[in-house]
Design a protein around this ligand. Structure first.
Ligand SMILES: [Zn+2]
Ligand SMILES: [Zn+2]
Length: 349
């Protein structure tokens, strides 16, 4: 399998590179995603991780700079990132493996779930096919609420096709976004468009029996209401980059026994006391660590690469885990053991 991936990586032909360059030309529209939110505060409580260890699997060779990352042998998988956006921002034309090897990644980095949430990324012969051909990379496809107005029969058919990929582990990210880019004047019109794309995708994902990755920024309660109305309680859900309050998070995980709350670099922001409260009070068994790379760069990340001081990459999820361990007062290795189990439970990987 590894040899096969290696051979494939050698086959990054001129055709593939040309395709990537074309994707990058579309880059501007390809990059209208998210940026950090403001949050508020308080909290406490501790959950202990179980100590059964997971066998290490490291498909990547990394530079391992212990000054930035803790020296752990517990495999770490970034549960949510955007490799297509990352490559566009970094102007990287090679494989993910070569990206990992050329950048600062922790030595226990074991892979990531790459979300593709723009319709241009789903058509045939797109970058995702090369990315998902590599070891240690799994995929998810879904229409981001920022792109909800693009929802159409064609987009839906392309999405169905992409979700049939053998390494597609979930449908998403999808949901609602009432972030600061949405003015109150236009919000009701925008929300109704987002709701339609969201509920259509929920039905699609239920038909395809795919777990869900949910984006509900600034609209956590409304997103929960839609999930409650449309999704069976046992369904697997990753509520990614959670920025809501503790009460809503608790209500959601109580209602959905297989829901996980995703924690990003936001946890490290001085203003994000509300998310630290959420992390303190929720059981570790219900949390996932993610980067949302290239966004949400953790504040505790060292500037190793002067060309990209503001970009996060999937290895930085380990720094989110470090902060999470600090907030919950749990040993980092125990955190890593448990969140690896959570990734396995959520994505079957
Ligand atoms: Zn998102
Ligand atoms: Zn995302």
């Amino acid at each position: 399998m590894e040899l096969e991936a290696h051979l494939r990586s050698k086959q990054l032909t001129g055709k593939t590179k040309l395709r990537r360059r074309q994707n990058m030309k579309r880059g501007k529209s390809y990059l209208k995603h998210i940026d950090p939110v403001e949050l508020s505060d308080e909290g406490q409580e501790v959950e202990q991780a179980s100590s059964n260890s997971t066998p290490p699997v490291f498909p990547f060779t990394t530079k391992c700079r212990p000054r930035q990352f803790p020296d752990s042998s517990i495999p770490f998988i970034d549960s949510h990132c955007h490799i297509d956006y990352l490559f566009v921002r970094e102007r990287h034309f090679g494989t993910f493996k070569s990206f990992v090897e050329s950048k600062d990644f922790p030595k226990n980095f074991s892979g990531c779930v790459a979300n593709f949430c723009d319709p241009p990324a789903w058509g045939p012969n797109q970058m995702y096919e090369d990315i998902l051909a590599e070891d240690g990379v799994w995929g998810a496809f879904g229409l981001h609420p920022h792109n909800a107005s693009l929802w159409s029969e064609k987009v839906k058919n392309d999405l169905i096709q992409a979700c049939r990929h053998s390494k597609c582990v979930a449908l998403g990210e999808m949901g609602l976004d009432l972030g600061r880019k949405t003015s109150s004047k236009t919000s009701s019109a925008i929300i109704s468009v987002q709701k339609r794309a969201f509920t259509d995708q929920i039905l699609l994902g239920l038909e395809m029996k795919k777990p869900f990755i949910i984006h509900g920024r600034g609209a956590e309660k409304m997103t929960f209401e839609i999930l409650k109305e449309n999704v069976p309680i046992e369904h697997k859900i990753h509520f990614h980059c959670y920025g809501g309050d503790l009460q809503t998070a608790k209500r959601m995980i109580d209602h959905f026994p297989n829901m996980f709350i995703g924690v990003t670099g936001l946890l490290t922001y001085p203003s994000a006391s509300k998310i630290r409260e959420v992390v303190k009070h929720l059981p570790l068994e219900r949390l996932l660590v993610e980067t949302d790379a290239p966004f949400m760069r953790p504040k505790n990340a060292a500037v190793v690469d002067a060309d990209s001081p503001k970009i996060s990459s999937p290895g930085m999820g380990l720094l989110v885990a470090v902060k999470l361990a600090e907030v919950k007062k749990i040993e980092i290795d125990n955190v890593l053991i448990q969140i690896r189990k959570n990734v396995s439970k959520m994505y079957d990987i």
